[in-house]
Ligand binder design. Structure first.
Ligand SMILES: NC(=O)C1=CN([C@@H]2O[C@H](COP(=O)(O)OP(=O)(O)OC[C@H]3O[C@@H](n4cnc5c(N)ncnc54)[C@H](OP(=O)(O)O)[C@@H]3O)[C@@H](O)[C@H]2O)C=CC1
Ligand SMILES: CC(=O)N[C@@H](CCC(=O)OP(=O)(O)O)C(=O)O
Length: 342
């Protein structure tokens, strides 16, 4: 089976990573590549790493250009997906890398995105309990945000096993590609190199409700999250340091056993051997999450750390993984698990 795939937002970081992965996918033929300000340019001038597509012209992002494909990936700014998706038939698999359809709670959406709630699609994080069944029959998929992917994979086993109390604390560092390709002063090399700084502090980051949504769903109760993102001087990668209160009587062995059980059969999540902690360099370009966990007995907290590549497992790799499930293909098809290090 070969499916014809279009990528809207092909000139951006997420679109570029999607195309890198799709070029190595044996069941895919790459159709339309669309952009906005870059329409009319050759892709090779925008994404020189995508050598086989260098001569392809970027088309404008319209429903007409995206029609006639089996799968359409949307890698567009927030708010641009709903209108396009409505014009693509119900039989087309639409995989949205943006935030528009991730949140179930309309009030959360309106508070953090400042616009009417566009709706909710099946959430493209296959490792979450119950997600694979929903994705197998989906024709619309909401790819999680990069921080929410990293945090959910790092913390959910503690909630699934009922080991943690409902107040999670997360500090996560991201590489600058997480902010997209639009030039902004705080992303200048001279601002980022040799420096780290937090942003969205105090519950203001729009990924806070998305993280809480996943953890609450797994926990079966409302989990609150204190989330502090930081910008790190690297192009790719997220390192999420997460903790939650250990419930009374929970032992280090309980914690280790819960994580080992959760990830025993997962193709893309690896619980590291005891004592080894994740590093972003090890997952660069791979659809892998590396996770480690410990019980801090003095503080009474479960501490877990996860590393992903924000553009691979955090966006494009997760999107292709979900596409595979929705098309009935083996979930790992076309997805690298080997990182590029150093
Ligand atoms: N970067 C990341 O790590 C992650 C990104 N995402 C999501 O993926 C989506 C794309 O992000 P990213 O690739 O980083 O962003 P970029 O800024 O790198 O790319 C944005 C893309 O959208 C196009 N675009 C810009 N404005 C419009 C418009 N008005 N109408 C149609 N197309 C437009 C751009 O086209 P042109 O260049 O031609 O103007 C470009 O192709 C976002 O929703 C983002 O939240 C999700 C998880 C992680
Ligand atoms: C470093 C950086 O700026 N990261 C982005 C998150 C990127 C991501 O996952 O985003 P979406 O929800 O936009 O899809 C941010 O904090 O806004």
């Amino acid at each position: 089976m070969t499916v014809r795939v279009a990528v809207a937002g092909a000139s951006g970081y997420a679109g570029g990573e999607l195309l890198r992965l799709l070029l190595g996918h044996p069941g895919v033929e790459i159709g339309a590549l669309t952009g906005n300000s870059s329409a009319g340019a050759r892709l090779g001038t925008l994404q020189p790493q995508l050598v086989p597509l260098a001569g392809r012209e970027v088309a404008p992002t319209t429903a007409g250009e995206l029609a006639g494909h089996d799968v359409v990936f949307l890698a567009l700014p927030h708010g641009r997906s709903a209108a396009l998706a409505r014009e693509l038939g119900p039989d087309v698999l639409v995989v949205d890398c943006g935030a528009d359809f991730r949140l179930r709670d309309a009030a959360d959406w309106e508070k953090f995105y400042g616009s009417p709630h566009p709706g909710t699609w099946p959430y493209g994080l296959p490792e979450l309990p119950g997600a694979r069944a929903a994705l197998a029959t989906a024709t619309r998929i909401a790819v999680p945000g990069c921080y929410p992917t990293a945090v959910a994979l790092t913390l959910f086993p503690a909630y699934a096993a009922r080991l943690a109390g409902p107040e999670a604390v997360v500090v996560a560092a991201s590489g600058t590609s997480g902010a997209g390709r639009t030039p902004r002063p705080h992303l200048l090399g001279s601002e980022v190199m040799g420096s780290m700084t937090p942003y969205g502090v105090g519950g203001g980051h729009r990924h806070t409700p998305e993280i809480a949504q996943s953890l609450s769903q797994v926990a079966g109760e409302r989990v609150t999250v204190s989330f502090t993102p930081t910008l790190a001087p690297m192009s790719r990668g997220i390192l999420a340091t997460c903790s939650a209160p250990a419930l009374p009587g929970v032992s280090a062995e309980d914690v280790r056993t819960a994580y080992a059980k959760a990830y025993a059969d997962e193709p893309f999540v690896r619980l590291l051997p005891e004592g080894q902690w994740p590093a972003t360099a090890a997952v660069r370009g791979a659809n892998t999450a590396l996770v480690q966990v410990a019980l801090d007995e003095t503080a009474g907290r479960i501490v877990a750390v996860g590393a992903i590549d924000n553009l691979t497992k955090g966006t494009a790799g997760g999107a292709v993984q979900s596409m595979n499930l929705a098309l009935g293909l083996p979930e790992s098809t076309g997805l690298p698990t080997i990182g590029v290090a150093p």
